[in-house]
Design a protein around this ligand. Structure first.
Ligand SMILES: NC(=O)c1ccc[n+]([C@@H]2O[C@H](COP(=O)([O-])OP(=O)(O)OC[C@H]3O[C@@H](n4cnc5c(N)ncnc54)[C@H](O)[C@@H]3O)[C@@H](O)[C@H]2O)c1
Length: 250
């Protein structure tokens, strides 16, 4: 497995206590970064991950954050800058689903998903923009989804939030490129996590049938692409959306 060198880098990861976020946290820590990760429930999971990473020589700090609360996000980023003196990377991974056909989707289910998945990304990007611009360096990686590009029945809220992330990524990339701050989006297809565990076996079988690789991604297969976007190896890439989907959305 190709690894990247993140020694000494300070990187924030939202939703780092499970699924894709946990894989990103573990990968970046194993490559030398000091990772500040968020959890918003299940503190025992964050505790266990911290312990395991620390035992293997990594550096991780967990904070309880609700990404849909601007003050909570600001406090998190300010704490990083106070403790570490800088912030080199931000991975906007926290996300949720509240699926349903539009006729049955309440305004609250719409708003909750937009607040977490899209407005939460805006809050975090806004909070890191100033320190990254003054440093004249930074990397922001937003976790989108291929349904933000192609849509998905039963997910107007989720797919709209992920489509919004594409617009946010490209606009912010244009705003910050001259300050050496790069913004990209990783758009996974189907990944084996708690989020997709909710699907029935029948739903999973029908999804896999349409994937050219005929399988879901492992979370570490998303984490490796995130690590690439954080790394020096992606030094001339900004404003891009990279599908990591086994060939599903071609
Ligand atoms: N699993 C997939 O197939 C898949 C596909 C495409 C995109 N994604 C995206 O990848 C990201 C991670 O998904 P996952 O599959 O690991 O899901 P998951 O449900 O396992 O993890 C989501 C994480 O986000 C956190 N979170 C949710 N709401 C939050 C809030 N308000 N404040 C702070 N944290 C919050 C949760 O605590 C959890 O740690 C999400 O953005 C998701 O939309 C997942």
């Amino acid at each position: 497995m190709k690894t990247f060198d993140h020694a000494g880098k300070v990187i924030a990861v939202t939703g780092g206590s499970r699924g894709i976020g946990e894989a990103v946290v573990r990968r970046l820590c194993s490559e030398g970064a000091h990772v500040f990760a968020t959890f918003n429930s299940q503190p025992e999971r964050a505790e266990r991950i911290s312990q395991e990473i620390t035992e293997t020589g990594g550096t991780i700090t967990f904070h309880q954050v609700n990404v849909s609360d601007e003050e909570s996000v600001k406090r998190f980023v300010e704490a990083i800058v106070v403790q570490a003196g800088r912030i080199d990377g931000l991975v906007n991974n926290a996300g949720m689903t509240k699926d349903g056909l539009i006729m049955r989707m309440s305004a609250k289910d719409w708003q909750d998903v937009i607040d977490t998945n899209l407005t939460g990304v805006f809050y975090a990007c806004k909070a890191v923009a100033r320190p990254m611009m003054s440093q004249r360096s930074g990397r922001i990686v937003n976790i989108g989804s291929i349904v933000g590009l192609g849509g998905n029945a039963g997910q107007v809220n989720y797919s709209s939030s992920k489509a919004g992330i594409v617009g946010l990524t490209r606009s912010l990339a244009r705003e910050l490129a001259s300050r050496n701050v790069f913004v990209n989006c990783v758009a996974p297809g189907f990944v084996e996590t708690d989020m997709t565990d909710k699907l029935t076996d029948q739903q999973k079988a029908s999804f896999f049938g349409n994937i050219p690789m005929k399988r879901a991604a492992r979370p570490d297969e998303i984490a490796s692409v995130v690590s690439f976007f954080i790394s020096q190896e992606s030094s001339y890439i900004t404003g891009q959306v990279l599908n990591v989907d086994g060939g599903l959305a071609m």
